[in-house]
Design a protein around this ligand. Sequence first.
Ligand SMILES: [Zn+2]
Length: 97
Amino acid sequence: MGGFKRRATDRAEQGRPAVTLGRLADEGVDVFCWCNRCGHNAVLSIAKLIGQLGVALAVPEVGAHLRCTGCSGKDVATRPAWPSRGPITRHTKARGP
Ligand SMILES: [Zn+2]
């Protein structure tokens, strides 16, 4: 055992290094972002993000560089927009009063 013969793909959920923009570009995956304040969300083109932020930035850090176009808030979260398997199950968020 030992060594990194194989590339750990989706095995280690915990402790795996954050995916960078460059990595997503390799995979052809865009970045999904949403605003924690108003719920606005969008998928941003990976090419465009790399043009602005570079390939080395970790995806979770992208949000720190973004501003919500809905409310101008800076509480923006980001994650890779991995292709969904099959039809999307829409999670209707129950909104509190
Ligand atoms: Zn917002």
